[in-house]
Design a protein around this ligand. Structure first.
Ligand SMILES: [Mg+2]
Length: 101
């Protein structure tokens, strides 16, 4: 799934969701909450005996985080594909190497 497909899917999912789409401020809180869950999963991965070496939780929470960010991008009509390209170009320029398309 590429970013365009993801953004369309997230938008469609909200249209068909039984839950009301949270307002923009609440969505920011969800984004931070999901970031916290990624951090917790990493902490557990590194330290908890039962969950140690289980990347499944990290993967799941990273997915939640990306979806939360995607919802916010959709609110503002931001193309994540363009956003990533801009970030990549900025990093390439900063590091002074040639980008690979
Ligand atoms: Mg989560």
């Amino acid at each position: 799934m590429n970013f365009e497909e993801l953004q369309k899917w997230v938008e469609e999912d909200w249209k068909h969701s039984s839950e009301k789409r949270p307002d923009r401020h609440l969505q920011l809180l969800y984004l931070v909450e999901e970031l916290g869950e990624v951090m917790e999963a990493i902490r557990m991965f590194q330290g908890d005996k039962e969950r140690k070496n289980n990347k499944s939780d990290i993967e799941e929470e990273m997915g939640d985080l990306v979806i939360a960010l995607t919802t916010i991008a959709n609110n503002y009509g931001i193309s994540l594909t363009r956003a990533i390209r801009r970030s990549r170009d900025k990093i390439v320029k900063r590091h002074k190497y040639k980008k690979q398309t």
